[in-house]
Design a protein around this ligand. Structure first.
Ligand code: FAD
Length: 461
């Protein structure tokens, strides 16, 4: 527990009304989007300047309390869950788009800007910021950078790291650094910017982010392909890419997910099919026509029973919104929803889907799988009840096996949600112990007292 005299010093650093300690506030900040994890902070602060943040870090080093940064708290690996002896630093109020530079195609933003708001602002100018996590209507750019988040457009456009040109970071020492900038090329010194991307709030707090923008694609075509077998859907993904077409979006939904989404969104999906692919191609109108036709051919050649093409932009948006609602739709079925995030090489998707199916049968648990199939990124989602301890223990064993199988196929335990608290015990499966030791030494060099989000990604020892 942070003692009351230190809490008063913290309070004097931030403005009035930006220091919260009520029980209701502690409850609100005790969890994020990750199931089965919660912890109460000693206080929540909402600093408004980098100078305040810097002073908070200096005090934390002196008085040895911990700081946990937080955006919107939608994280799915426990990154913003409070730890012992900590204050939560809520960055969601830092929500200004500071500059959109149409000559250099960049935008300076504060970390609390909501991802979808940025999309809307830049698209008014004919520009495009591609990363679009399923949570884009609520998550922050700061959280996206800290998790290196992906989204539905990852296959063609890449993930958050591909659009970060510069960062202003307050280090755990309280010092402030800038890395990167508007130049397209810069190889001066170590690439510190990329070290901070995906650092899960453990190496510094971002206070300004410079984003790369691109021209908005002229047009797009959205399709839904239905399959009687998930294996055929998996093979279709490989076939499309082998045909040298890189769609913007290739999303997979299995039967459990389709039924949940249809019950939730009522958009006329057939509920008796095994799986579907949501596909979108975008770019120049001629190219889009040609690629869409080839995508349809690939689907048919791999036993698709029907391919529907959205006739209007509104219909396309509705289909994509339904996919984004997959997690919320599944979550309605049972009291506890545990969503995982494995990624395998694209060529192994069909095999991985078979393995997930076999594992869910072996442990007699209900798993719905959806995900960014074009990236090989699948979200096997277990619908369960945390009050049933015996079932939860089977769920944990099943996920441990799923992680092992993904790694055996050349994949990873997390493609976009991060390691955080939830998956740190599995990290060695992917990285090996030596890499974890290297990560620990980097953490020690930047945060020698271990005051910033300790215990996330790996334990500090
Ligand atoms: C319904 C749903 C759908 C989702 N879909 C996707 C998806 O498609 N792709 C995907 O990648 N993720 C997805 N997520 C996960 C989540 O939305 C992302 O990880 C997102 O980037 C988290 O942003 P946030 O603002 O909520 O961050 P938080 O959850 O608040 O924090 C996440 C991490 O970032 C750190 N952090 C936050 N702000 C800062 C800052 N300013 N400086 C330094 N560190 C900071 C925190 O300490 C924590 O470690 C989904 C989540 C939900 C609930």
């Amino acid at each position: 527990m942070i003692n009351s005299s230190v809490l008063s010093q913290i309070k004097t650093i931030v403005d009035n009304g930006k220091f919260l300690t009520s029980q209701e506030d502690k409850i609100s900040y005790s969890y994020d989007g990750t199931p089965l994890l919660e912890f109460f902070p000693d206080a929540i602060v909402k600093p408004t300047t980098t100078e305040q943040l810097s002073r908070l870090f200096k005090l934390a080093n002196k008085e040895r309390f911990n700081i946990v940064p937080r955006g919107s708290g939608t994280g799915l690996s426990g990154g913003s869950i409070p730890v012992e002896n900590c204050i939560v630093v809520d960055m969601s109020g830092w929500n200004k788009i500071l500059e959109i530079d149409q000559e250099n195609l960049t935008a300076w933003v504060e970390p609390g800007v909501i991802t979808e708001q940025l999309h809307k602002e830049v698209e008014k100018l004919g520009l495009f910021y591609p990363p679009d996590p399923g949570s884009m209507s609520i998550c922050t750019i700061g959280g996206n950078v800290a998790e290196n988040s992906g989204g539905l457009r990852g296959l063609k456009y890449g993930v958050t790291k591909n659009y970060i040109m510069g960062l202003e970071v307050v280090l755990p020492s309280g010092e402030i650094i800038q890395c990167g900038g508007k130049t397209m090329k810069d190889v001066a010194g170590y690439n510190l910017k990329d070290l901070f991307i995906g650092s899960e709030g453990t190496l510094g707090i971002f206070t300004k982010i410079l984003l790369k923008l691109i021209p908005k694609p002229q047009t797009s075509k959205t399709m839904l392909a239905f399959f009687n077998s998930p294996i055929d859907a998996g093979k279709t993904v490989s076939a499309i890419i082998a045909n040298k077409i890189i769609p913007a979006t290739v999303e997979f939904l299995d039967n459990v997910t389709i039924r949940s989404v249809e019950e939730y969104a009522k958009i006329g999906l057939p509920t008796d099919i095994a799986s579907l692919l949501l596909l979108e191609v975008d770019g120049h109108p001629n190219v889009v026509e040609d690629e869409a036709a080839k995508v349809v051919e690939c689907c048919k050649a791999n036993n698709s029973i029907e391919v529907r093409t959205a006739k209007t932009q509104e219909e396309a948006l509705k289909l994509k919104a339904a996919r984004r609602a997959a997690l919320s739709a599944l979550a309605r079925a049972k009291p506890t929803t545990i969503l995982e995030d494995i990624t395998v090489p694209r060529s192994e998707i069909a095999v991985m889907l078979q393995k997930i199916d076999a594992i869910s049968k072996k442990y007699n648990i209900l798993i719905g799988t959806f995900g960014h199939a074009g990236d090989g990124n699948l979200h096997p989602t277990c619908l369960t009840d945390e009050r049933n301890k015996e079932e939860i223990s089977r769920v944990e064993k099943a996920y441990a096996e799923i992680f092992e199988e993904a790694v055996k196929l050349g994949g990873t335990i997390t493609g976009e949600h991060g390691t955080g608290l939830a998956k740190r015990k599995f990290l060695h499966l992917v990285t090996g112990q030596t890499s974890i030791d290297v990560m620990r030494s980097i953490k020690k060099a930047i945060d020698p007292n271990g005051i910033l989000n300790p215990g996330k990604v790996f334990t500090i020892s």
